[in-house]
Design a protein around this ligand. Structure first.
Ligand SMILES: Cc1cc2nc3c(=O)[nH]c(=O)nc-3n(C[C@H](O)[C@H](O)[C@H](O)COP(=O)(O)OP(=O)(O)OC[C@H]3O[C@@H](n4cnc5c(N)ncnc54)[C@H](O)[C@@H]3O)c2cc1C
Length: 385
């Protein structure tokens, strides 16, 4: 099977990634979760093997891939460790933002390809919550510098990233959607990570709040023209985020399916001389897990096709794939918990970790609620905002 319709050479790259993920990422997944620690070993391995440059243009040292390989790669990592996959995805989102202004951001792109620059997005704010398209923070001019103040509520890789793509309302504008994107680097002073990340799932994510207080940056750090950030956010970053987020969900589904299949085919009801797989309701749950996983991945692959071909409905597909895969992840991991009973409730099968991780995607913005509203509006010919 080749669900993402990859070329021979792309399949080879994904096989190499799967080997690395099996040998380094999967063995650490339980510890990363239990200790709520950043998946440093896995991310370093991806960096050293060139995967931080997956989507960086080849002329800047990267692999020059796009949404298709983003989906396949993130799915592959998520099957082994969802936290690592989400950290990797947020990096690819930062890279997508840099690429949209590659004339200004060639340096971080080169560094990402060389495995020396980990990126992320600092968009959600305490004030406007999941409505990331309406930051409350506002840039101010101070001489020839820009001053940033504000509280970013959840920043994946906070304290570990080298580059943070931050949104802020443009200086002097009272329009919340007149957004400028700035690159903040780990060498800047004027920001701090407020508190450690401690969540029910995605515990390796380090998605902590980040406070910017009088953070001064040169205007050359702007990724976009003043107030023109929405085009980059929606046109360049959202497709990567929506498809990649969908791929994390699909990877969680696959991990839950594999663990459930192993358990019900491997465990016995010795007093009856049967295996758990002899129970028809457990087989039915496994079948539903398989079908829903395949559906979610097929929808994702169709979304890649729609976006790559420039289909005018591409953005609706992108929003739709995030919503449907996030809900699939919740359904499939719940089925796995029910099929494996008390064994799943304990930690050793790994299903409860995936069950917890899988809750994240539907609350990551745009949340499933908001996506359903957006899609409904698009289908009724209404403006989204
Ligand atoms: C693991 C993880 C990693 C994250 N990483 C990042 C990151 O790297 N960068 C970043 O910027 N953010 C990140 N986020 C933040 C994320 O994108 C959301 O902003 C955040 O989860 C929203 O939580 P909230 O409590 O503020 O939601 P709220 O906005 O308070 O939403 C609460 C509920 O209201 C619903 N709701 C909200 N608005 C509407 C509406 N208009 N219509 C109907 N229902 C609505 C929501 O669906 C939700 O059920 C991350 C979140 C998680 C969980």
């Amino acid at each position: 099977m080749n669900p993402y319709r990859l070329s021979e050479s792309q399949l080879g790259t994904i096989a190499r990634l799967a080997d690395l993920a099996d040998s380094v990422i999967a063995p650490k997944a339980a510890d990363v979760d239990a200790e709520s620690r950043f998946p440093s070993e896995g991310m370093r391995t991806l960096a050293d093997a060139g995967f931080w440059g997956l989507t960086v243009p080849t002329e800047l040292g990267g692999m020059g891939e796009g949404l298709r390989m983003t989906s396949a790669a993130v799915d592959t990592v998520a099957q082994r460790c969802a936290s690592t996959a989400m950290v990797y995805l947020m990096h690819l989102c930062g890279v997508a933002a840099y690429k949209s202004s590659s004339d200004r951001m060639a340096e971080p792109l080169r560094a990402a390809a060389a495995g020396k620059h980990l990126s992320t997005l600092a968009w959600s704010e305490r004030g406007s919550r999941s409505h990331f398209w309406a930051p409350m923070s506002q840039a101010e001019m101070d001489g020839d510098h820009v001053v940033l103040n504000g509280i970013k509520s959840w920043v994946t890789s906070a304290g570990h990233a080298n580059g943070y793509v931050a949104t802020t309302r443009a200086a002097g504008s009272d329009n919340p959607m007149a957004i400028t994107l700035y690159l903040i680097t780990d060498t800047d002073s004027g920001f701090r990570i407020e508190s450690p990340w401690n969540a029910m799932g995605m515990r390796g994510n380090a998605s902590a709040p980040m406070v910017m207080e009088g953070l001064r940056v040169a205007p050359s750090r702007a990724l976009t023209d003043e107030g023109a950030g929405m085009d980059t956010m929606m046109g360049a970053v959202l497709p990567t985020f929506a498809l990649g987020n969908s791929a994390v969900s699909v990877g969680c589904c696959e991990a839950a399916f594999a663990a459930t299949q192993r358990h019900i085919t491997g465990q016995k009801l010795e007093h009856l001389g049967q295996s758990l797989a002899d129970l028809p309701n457990l087989r039915e749950r496994l079948a539903r897990m398989r079908l829903r996983t395949d559906q979610a991945r097929a929808y994702l692959a169709s979304s890649v096709d729609a976006l790559e071909s420039g289909d005018p409905t591409g953005m609706v597909w992108a929003l739709g794939t995030k919503a449907q895969a996030a809900e699939a992840a919740i359904e499939v991991t719940d089925l796995g918990m029910r099929a494996c009973g008390g064994a799943a409730f304990s930690r050793h099968l790994g299903i409860e970790r995936v069950f917890r991780d899988a809750r994240a995607m539907s609350v990551m913005a745009p949340t499933t609620d908001v996506l359903h509203d957006f899609i409904g509006k698009a289908l009724c010919g209404m403006e989204l905002f």
